[in-house]
Write a protein that binds this ligand. Structure first.
Ligand code: ATR
Length: 270
């Protein structure tokens, strides 16, 4: 007999922090469940879902690079994820046995911003990949003002802005950051082993917030530059933990103990 379990799948997968997060919460709540990482290649994706669909103990999985778009083809889309965000990071085995795709990245991104009123405010986003899609979706729901989107591939950036119905413009990375209430790095630039993200933040107002989704290192060059200007910052562990919290509740039907975030952050950084 096995116990209820969930997984994170990706290729590669060994770097994933998701098992640490979910197992920390399960242990803190005394839940007899398991969360593990499984290496699934693009060729193995269909077989993975077919096998798990037959296992009633499998509660679902998180999905990471490179499967976030492709996985949509193997699951039911009951929440219009295909036409809204266009990528999934979570699959749930519904009570009727169906595999349902959803995306908790947008909610995870939004959680640390929920106290702010950004309606009508100018925002700058760097990136136009999978993470940026969830972020732009959340921003469009928040009703933000014009979005300046920096991306290496400017055409891709412009297409993404219009697909989310956002006003604004796409520019190459390197142009000056315009006055913005919020600046978000939605790329891997600044991550250990990646090129740095050098932005001129001098035009930002004093109450601007700078948000980096990179969490390794926790203090990226972008966040260091923001702190040097005394701006409020949000680091990448916030979104990582936020998206996991929504998924955990979907998998195991229990709210994660968010009052233990400090301990969880220490564990993730250890
Ligand atoms: P994710 O799912 O993590 O968002 P992705 O879909 O591969 O990953 O998107 C990566 C993002 O980082 C893109 O915006 C990409 O820019 P392009 O759209 O121009 O490819 C950006 N990116 C990655 N490496 C980069 C680099 N070395 N310089 C500039 N931008 C980079």
């Amino acid at each position: 007999m096995t116990k209820p379990y969930a997984e994170v799948i990706g290729d590669p997968i060994s770097h994933s922090k998701s098992p640490l997060i979910h197992n920390f919460w399960a242990e803190a709540l005394g839940l007899d469940v398991e969360y593990r990482a499984v290496h699934v290649t693009p060729e193995g994706l269909a077989a993975y879902f077919a096998e798990r669909k037959a296992d009633p103990d499998w509660r679902g999985c998180n999905i990471t690079v490179p499967h976030k778009v492709e996985a949509l083809a193997h699951v039911e889309d009951r929440g219009d994820v295909r036409t809204t965000i266009g990528a999934i990071n979570t699959v749930i085995r519904a009570e009727d046995g169906a595999l349902v795709g959803t995306n908790t990245d947008a909610a995870g991104f939004y959680a640390p911003l929920s106290e702010l009123d950004l309606a009508g405010q100018p925002v700058t986003v760097i990136g136009a990949g999978g993470a940026a899609r969830a972020i732009l979706f959340a921003l469009s729901r928040m009703g933000v003002g014009p979005v300046t989107l920096f991306n290496r591939n400017v055409l891709k950036g412009a297409a993404l802005l219009s697909s989310f119905g956002l006003k604004g413009q796409a520019l190459p990375i390197g142009a000056a950051v315009p006055p913005s209430a919020l600046v978000v790095n939605a790329t891997s630039l600044g991550m250990t082993g990646q090129p740095p993200l050098d932005l001129d933040l001098s035009a930002l107002p004093e109450d601007a917030v700078v948000y980096d989704i990179v969490y390794a290192p926790l203090e990226t060059g972008l966040l260091a530059a923001a702190r040097a200007r005394d701006l409020d910052t949000i680091d990448g562990l916030e979104m990582l933990i936020g998206q996991a919290a929504v998924a955990f509740e979907l998998f195991f039907g229990a709210e994660p103990p968010r009052d233990r975030d400090e301990d969880l952050r220490a564990l993730l950084l250890g």
